[in-house]
Design a binder for this molecule. Sequence first.
Ligand code: MN
Length: 452
Amino acid sequence: MIDLRTFLENAKQAGPDSFLEIKERHDIKFEVCALLAQLEKQRRAPVLLFSDLNTLGGSPSPFPLLTNTFASREACALALGLPAEKNGLDLVLEFQRREAERIKPLVIGRKDAPVKEVIAQPNLHALPILTHHLEDKGPYLTMTWSAKDSESGVYNSSFHRCYVRDERHLVMFFERRHLWEYYLRAERRDESLPVACVIGHHPSYYLANCALTGIEVDEYESIGGIMGEPLRLVPSETFGERLLVPADAEMVIEGRILPHERDVEGPFGDFTGYYGPPTESPIVEITAITHRRDAICMDIFVGHREHALLGAIPKEGSIYRKVQNVVPTVTAVCLPVSGTGRFHCYISIAKRAEGEAKLAAMAAFTASELIKHVIVVDQDIDVYDEAQVLWAVATRVDAATDVAIIDRVKGSRLDPVHPGKDWGSKMIIDACRNEEISFPGRITTADYKKEI
Ligand code: MN
């Protein structure tokens, strides 16, 4: 059985490049993220465990905090049980293989559930919740939320940024996707929506959250598929069997999203690398917190490498599969960190016919609405090496015929190019060799046979 602790054991054994415990006192407001940003400048991406933090209430935190868990493709490969160096196409294909498998969850009793060791007061100020960026409105919870659709009975699980308004209330930002739909369905009946924030689970749990599953898919089953074992669930304190929560999490925060009420959240530094503007968003009323006796809290360093990779790697597998449906000779897919792990998509194909590149790009757009620009290259280009991709654009593109723009397509609410709207234009760059002209061969050198 895997949980956050089994992952941490492996990460610790991988050495200080992969895992660092920070034992000195750090302030949850700004200081933790200042250290993270400093490491990023040094191009270091270890998983970080802060063991001496304060709580929002100002007292020493009984909980350490884990962050930067997804900050390298190597760490994400390890999380899926692959060797660190298999972090390109191997990782995409492994994710895709696991995504195709759904495993039904296993419901267990409260007494067997580690997350029920302590039933705590519903007080957010007892937790070490970070304030990330200088102009953020305040502290934000950044982990995933579980909810059950009252109509279909299907579970959704997804990341949502939540502003901590006070001890008992959060203001939750939504992209208009699955949880938003669940919420609207409940709100139309003037009902609140039971939800639970899952803090501290195996990284594969969170990677699974970012896969492009359809709204009809039970995400506790798809998470089990990605984790490679049934997800153990237990009834929530507040809602009982009506909302099952992960039994092996470090901590679960239960609550309900209130109908018809809104408050302001934001600004908040989000995945785009910009401050998202304030929004009028729904309010979550906290009803219970349960946790392990020695629980480890968890956070995402939003707007930075781990946020990009968390958004990228799970989607690469889904996009690969969608592209493969129309261009079976697709060879790799990458959502590069430079494109926020979401807005840019590089696809390589073994092109067999003119037009396949644009077809591959169109399939990618239908896989993820967040993609803005797709660059399609031939299979001799390594899509995980950005310099090669841009060389292909420089040397294989004739803009008048190889660039296509489609206006007014749904995208992200957070795209700073079209503030306040979630639609804009998409661009395809076909950077494959044109079959209609005789393209020169790539320059080659002889193999060097002597010792240097
Ligand atoms: Mn979903």
